[in-house]
Every structure is written in structure tokens, then in C-alpha cells.
Design a protein around this ligand. Structure first.
Ligand code: GLC
Length: 461
């Protein structure tokens, strides 16, 4: 880095270099620009990866990049109703896209997971797309874009995918393995928290963006929000009080009055959880389903729950208090751990399928991801924890640029640059820039946060 250049200037240059163009217009950012590593699909624009870049563009007067991105990805949305299992479901937004040059002609190629490693379905893309549209509208005031018929239709298709009755009867979304940021096998199929938090934020965004005040979709959105909020706040919540309840659960309860609704056996409560849960603070479990409570802490789902107000005000404060109380485990030397604790031994073998990229305390399996800084900062600012924000940022300023913006870090406290981490990973760069902006201008928080709703607050179970 030239001596006169600040960390922010350097990161800004790196972010600009990641911008992707189509027909001469900026339309997104590529995932990474690591000259030494195999590109694989890191030369594509991922919807989830673009979110932090988009926020930076919106804040720094380059809203047109976000508008172009939204328009272009809308044209890529799956538009045909087919009974063909090899085609994406009607309404799905791709995980990523790239621009290919053939005989001097640019073509757009979208990946709906059909090319991705392990063929994972990107359920989060469609959710992020609606959330980002709401962010764009908030930043620019350009509600006309969201009200355009093609945008309304795009939203309705996504909402239909989420809201139509399917096989199960839960308010949460039932999804396959690896359908979000953790896009590998990690025991995160069923009802993973991240998808539920994004789903809640999507429904809240749709309430603001749908034109019709009375339509069928709006009614379904409102109903689902209430049910989802109650379900998450009640059944996913974990703190000492809840642990005491779960610890005394009885099994095999039949009928509507069952207290232990999902038949979670108390012997399945892991010892690490009982020892690790602090006296103060709490968080949402990673997954809840039939006979299942995944006690792992997942950062993005919890922090999104705070920003979106899926967590009540008290729960939000508790989540950040937990992070403070377990700082070494959850933040360590680089904010922050994607999930805690790592799957080890037989759990790792069975749940990851012996995945050599997801060995304990690496990558998705307990690695530390700088991209999570921005949402940690946003959530902490929302609950007024400014000291936490300063501490997290200091860790990033010390290492991130020096290490050339790695994708992730390894080890229990995130001391090592990730074994297979890309450098110049765009969302690591953007997360740093965005965090600086949020700290300097907390009013930007409203771009990604929602006020408290008035659905059932009480967690009576
Ligand atoms: C990895 C991550 C995924 C991300 C992609 C591009 O596959 O698991 O979340 O979108 O890289 O950065």
C-alpha cells in the first residue's frame, strides 16, 4: 500500500476493481480477485456476496450499480412453471451470474446451483433480492422501481415460492442442505436459522414494497409474519431460563397441549452447551424441527434477527450480551465466527460427509469470516453497544488489509488465514468499508434494519 494511502482508500480501490460490467454498465461485483488461486466460480457475482457491496454503493452515491444489479437479476429469475426437476422452481433468483464473451458478444450465464459444487439450491438469493430492493428504495426514495409491474411480479413469484403450502405445517421455511451462505453439507437442512431470519426480513420488506393494500399476497405475508415471529421467539430462543425448561422436558407428549412440541429429548442437550451458556445473554438455536434442536450458535442468523427485529428488543440485547460474554469464542482475533462450536470427530464425519474443506475450526465449520463484521456492527449499533463495535473494528483494522482481505480465517480464535481462503475477497473488503460508514453515520442503519413489530412478544410456551 502506498504510504499516503489510508486503509479506507485502499479498500475503496480494491472494491472498485471488483466491479463487473455488462453492456458497458456496472452490474455487480465479482466474489474474489485472487490472482494465485483457481477462480472456479469466484469470478461470478453472487447475490449474497453483493449485498455488502450494494450497501457501500448506496451510501457513496453510486446507487445506479444497485439498480442495474436488481434489474439484471430480475431478468434472470426463473420464469416458467415446469414439471421438470432439472429446472429451477418458478420465481427462484440464481446464486450467481457471470458475463461470458463469445465471438465478441456478451452473454449472461446464471447458476441456480445447477453448476455449483454439490448442486446446492440458493434459497437465500431470492430472499436477499427482496431485502436489497427495500434497501435500495430506502436509500434512494425510488419507490417507482419497486412499483414497476415486472418488479411486483418478481416479488410475488418469490413470495409464492415461500408462502404456498407445502408438505409440512410450520411457519418456518423447510429447505435442503447448504441453501444459504453455508453452501456445503454441514447439518443445516430443515429449518436453519439464517433462512428464517432472512425470510422474516423478506416479509417485512414485502409489506413496504407491495403495491396492493388488500391483495391475497399481502394478507398471506401479514399472517405469516405473526406466526413466524411467535414460532422463532418461542421455540428457537435459548438462554438460562429456557435451558432450565428444556432440561425438564418430558418426551412423547401427544396432542395439542404438548409443551415439548418437537419432542426434543433432554439427553440430546450437548454438554458443551450447558457449560458454555453464560448466566446472562441468549441466542436463537441453529435449527428446530422434529426431535431436533441444533444448539450451535450461527452468527448471521442471529445478527440478522437483531437487525430485522425478529428478535424482540430484550432478545436483541441478550444476543449482543452473549457475544460480549463469549468474545474469545465468537470473535477471537477476527470478527467473527460463522458458527460455534465446530463439528468434530464423528459429528464432523457424519454431518459434513468427511468434508476436507470443512474440518473443525475451518471455513464454514467454525471459521472466522470478516464479512460478518458489517452485520455485527449494525446489530451492535442497533442495541447501543458502541464499545463492542470499536473493539471489533480494531481487530479488522489491524489485520485485514495486511493479510490482503482473506475470505475467512481458521483456528479456534481465528489466528490463521484460512487454509483455502481466497484473498481480495470482495465481501471482506466491502464489510470493512460498510462498517466504517455505519459507525460514522449511524443513520444508515435504517437501510438494513426494521422497527420492532407488534406481533406476540411473549414467549409463552
Ligand atoms: C463460498 C461461500 C458462499 C459464497 C461464495 C462466494 O462458496 O460458502 O457463501 O457466496 O463462496 O464468495
Amino acid at each position: 500500500m502506498p504510504e499516503h494511502q489510508t486503509l479506507v482508500e485502499e479498500a475503496q480501490i480494491a472494491l472498485d476493481a471488483a466491479i463487473m460490467y455488462y453492456q458497458g454498465r456496472p452490474v455487480g461485483t465479482i466474489a474474489a480477485r485472487d490472482r494465485d488461486a483457481l477462480a472456479l466460480n469466484y469470478n461470478q457475482c453472487f447475490v449474497r456476496d453483493f449485498v455488502s457491496s450494494a450497501l457501500v454503493f448506496l451510501i457513496t452515491d453510486r446507487a445506479e450499480v444497485v439498480r442495474n444489479f436488481l434489474e439484471l437479476t430480475l431478468t434472470l429469475q426463473s420464469r416458467e412453471r415446469r414439471m421438470d426437476c432439472f429446472k429451477p422452481g418458478l420465481g427462484l433468483i440464481p446464486a450467481s451470474f457471470k458475463v461470458e464473451l463469445n465471438d465478441g458478444k456478451e452473454t449472461l450465464i446464471a447458476d441456480f446451483g445447477d453448476q455449483a459444487i454439490a448442486r446446492v439450491t440458493p434459497i437465500d438469493s431470492s430472499l436477499w433480492w427482496i431485502i436489497l430492493l427495500r434497501t435500495y428504495v430506502k436509500a434512494t426514495g425510488d419507490i417507482a422501481l419497486a412499483h414497476r409491474e415486472d418488479f411486483q411480479r418478481g416479488m410475488r413469484l418469490i413470495l409464492r415460492l415461500c408462502l404456498e403450502t407445502q408438505f409440512d405445517m410450520y411457519p418456518t421455511l423447510l429447505v435442503p442442505e447448504g441453501s444459504f451462505m453455508i453452501d456445503r453439507r454441514m447439518g443445516v437442512y430443515g429449518y436453519p436459522l439464517e433462512i428464517q431470519s432472512l425470510f422474516y426480513a423478506t416479509l417485512r420488506s414485502a409489506q413496504e414494497l407491495l403495491v396492493s393494500e388488500t391483495g391475497k399476497t399481502r394478507k398471506a405475508v401479514t399472517e405469516r409474519l405473526g406466526n413466524l415471529a411467535f414460532h422463532m421467539r418461542s421455540y428457537y430462543w435459548l438462554d438460562l431460563e429456557r435451558l432450565n425448561e428444556i432440561y425438564r422436558y418430558k418426551g412423547e407428549e401427544f396432542g395439542l397441549q404438548a409443551i415439548n412440541k418437537f419432542n426434543v429429548y433432554t439427553t440430546s442437550i450437548p454438554a458443551w452447551f450447558i457449560n458454555w451458556l453464560p448466566d446472562t445473554g441468549g441466542y436463537f438455536a441453529g435449527n428446530v424441527g422434529p426431535g431436533l434442536m441444533d444448539f450451535r450458535f450461527f452468527a448471521l442468523g442471529n445478527l440478522m434477527a437483531v437487525c430485522a427485529s425478529l428478535a424482540t428488543t430484550a432478545q436483541s440485547l441478550d444476543i449482543l450480551t452473549l457475544i460480549e460474554n463469549r468474545w474469545d469464542d465468537l470473535v477471537g482475533q477476527m470478527p467473527m465466527k460463522i458458527c460455534f462450536p465446530a463439528l468434530e470427530d464423528r459429528d464432523w464425519e457424519l454431518l459434513t460427509g468427511f468434508d476436507p474443506k470443512n474440518t473443525p475450526w475451518s471455513y464454514h465449520n467454525g471459521g472466522n469470516w470478516p464479512v460478518l463484521l458489517w452485520i455485527l456492527v449494525a446489530a451492535a449499533l442497533k442495541v447501543g453497544k458502541t464499545r463492542l463495535v470499536e473493539n471489533a473494528l480494531a481487530l479488522v483494522e489491524e489485520r485485514l488489509a495486511k493479510d490482503e482481505y482473506p475470505e475467512y480465517y481458521d483456528g479456534k480464535i481465528g489466528r490463521l488465514i484460512g487454509k483455502e481462503a481466497r484473498r481480495y475477497q470482495t465481501w471482506s473488503i466491502a464489510a470493512f468499508l460498510l462498517s466504517k460508514q455505519l459507525i460514522a453515520h449511524p443513520e444508515y442503519l435504517s437501510l438494513i434494519s426494521f422497527d420492532e413489530d407488534n406481533y406476540a412478544i411473549a414467549c409463552e410456551i
